[in-house]
Design a protein around this ligand. Structure first.
Ligand code: AMP
Length: 455
């Protein structure tokens, strides 16, 4: 089947062709014609299945006719995180290039004024996170009774993040006559209750997880002791001993994301953290740099990474075994995409063996045991490993904030390590805390590397 068979307009088919897609995915094939007919849809699908295009494409055609009114969006898409919302907005820009639809993105970390101006001009498509949307509603800047199409995406993640009361309130503000498209990767009972309440005679589409998840990803487990320092050493050895082009390292706890990223940086790896506490600017910038290949290792929490469109990741490392087996499938779904092979390595301490058992049950296969090559590491920190050096020759690292402006001035002490021609500014250890402040970094945030930093 081709996109032309799905009932989409010529303008949209041209935009799809320009985006480089030739064949619809399973969920697109099933959802697009039904959404065009005006049916409600319950899509049980995770990211990587092409679900975003499965609702954005028919929405564009359905919204092509009609007038916008100030502060009354004609459609609303709810996303759990700012990054996901931004990605969906990006999809509308790509597919809607031949249409004149107005879109607004309401997410935290962006000024209210700009968003209000857009709302005042009238929007066809509003992409929002629940909290920011309700902020605008409470300021009297938006009305939801003109919403003809409502999309609730990543509903199970909304549940995890405690957004369900907000979602229920928002849905209550939209008209009964709306078309509702509801997506969730899993269907816990709380989500089933919502589908009963929000959807009217929906078409249920269950997209099988991308075949890659299980088949194309080589999955390994690596025994580690409970101690985090020992885990970090084993992780470094693993990264060095596998053929890593780029990787995401997942941690169960947000706190560990920062600690591990800093430790990896201090051991010469081109790594950056991504977690929910970082400001919006830093998250977007980090993600962009990772996508562009300027950052090689992204250290992330599940919430921060869920659903992000990061193509072509060669490796996933699970610094901890995810407690929910479904998170494991989501994590490793970031590699082995679109027919490419990938590798996932999970560090397992004796206490975590029970979680591995439920993962094995879910994916229906055992994880092979491997151990990293245990080459000894030089004792000093801020050292460059050979793999990193050769990579950087042809791919220069982006300018670092901590090395500019006031940051530069306040850190004139440099540390060099034996055999490393590169001088490292001590301030880089605190980089993730100063990003987003531009050059105006308070001096107290800049401090030399100390022996107490994570090893
Ligand atoms: P999603 O499941 O919406 O997160 O999409 C996963 C990835 O698949 C994104 O990188 C999309 O750009 C890509 N994609 C979506 N639809 C298609 C298609 N029909 N053919 C090829 N790639 C697609």
């Amino acid at each position: 089947m081709s996109f032309a068979d799905l009932g989409l307009s010529e303008d949209l088919l041209k935009a799809i062709e320009a985006a480089g897609y030739t064949t619809p995915t399973q969920i697109q094939e099933q959802a697009i014609p039904r959404i065009l007919e005006g049916r409600d849809v319950l899509g049980i699908a995770q990211t990587g299945t092409g679900k975003t295009a499965s609702f954005t494409l028919p929405m564009i055609d359905r919204l092509a006719k009609g007038q916008t009114k100030a502060r009354m969006p004609r459609s609303l898409i709810l996303e759990p995180t700012r990054e996901l919302a931004a990605q969906v907005a990006e999809n509308f820009k790509i597919y809607g290039r031949n249409h004149k639809l107005n879109m607004a993105l309401l997410i935290g970390g962006v000024s209210f004024e700009d968003q209000e101006q857009k709302l005042d001009r009238g929007v066809d498509v509003l992409v929002a996170t629940p909290g920011r949307l309700l902020d605008h509603f409470e300021r009297g800047r938006i009305l939801l009774n003109g919403v003809q199409i409502l999309v609730i995406d990543e509903s199970d993640r909304m549940l995890d993040m405690g957004f369900i009361p907000d979602i229920e309130r928002i849905v209550g503000l939209t008209p009964f006559t709306r078309q509702t498209l509801f997506f969730s990767a899993t269907m816990p009972s709380e989500i089933r209750r919502l589908t009963d309440a929000f959807l009217s005679n929906p078409v249920i589409i269950e997209a099988s997880p991308p075949a890659t998840t299980v088949e194309l990803v080589k999955q390994y487990k690596v025994s580690v002791p409970k101690d985090d320092k020992a885990r970090r050493l084993i992780l470094r050895q693993l990264i060095r001993s596998r053929d890593v082009k780029n990787a995401i390292v997942f941690c169960n706890r947000k706190r560990d994301v920062g600690i591990l990223a800093r430790s990896l940086q201090r051991h010469g790896f081109n790594a950056e953290p991504l977690h929910g506490d970082l400001d919006q600017y830093t998250r977007m910038k980090t993600l962009g740099n990772f996508r562009d290949g300027n950052i090689r290792i992204l250290v992330a929490s599940d919430v921060a990474a869920r659903g992000l469109d990061i193509p072509d990741v060669s490796h996933i490392f699970n610094f901890n075994v995810p407690i929910h087996a479904e998170d494991y499938v989501h994590r490793i779904g970031r590699t082995g995409r679109a027919g490419r092979s990938g590798e996932a390595c999970t560090l397992v301490s004796p206490e975590e063996t029970k979680y591995i058992q439920s993962i094995v049950k879910l994916i229906g296969k055992e994880l092979d045991s491997i151990s990293p090559e245990t080459k000894s590491e030089p004792a000093s920190v801020a050292r460059q490993n050979p793999q990193e050096k050769s990579r950087k020759k042809d791919s220069p690292r982006p300018p670092r904030h901590a090395q500019t402006g006031s940051a530069k001035k306040s850190s004139d002490k440099t540390i060099t390590s034996p055999g490393d021609s590169r001088a490292v500014k001590p301030s880089t250890a605190k980089k993730e805390e100063v990003l987003g402040m531009g050059d105006h970094v308070p001096a107290f945030l800049l401090r030399p590397v100390r022996s107490g930093d994570p090893a």
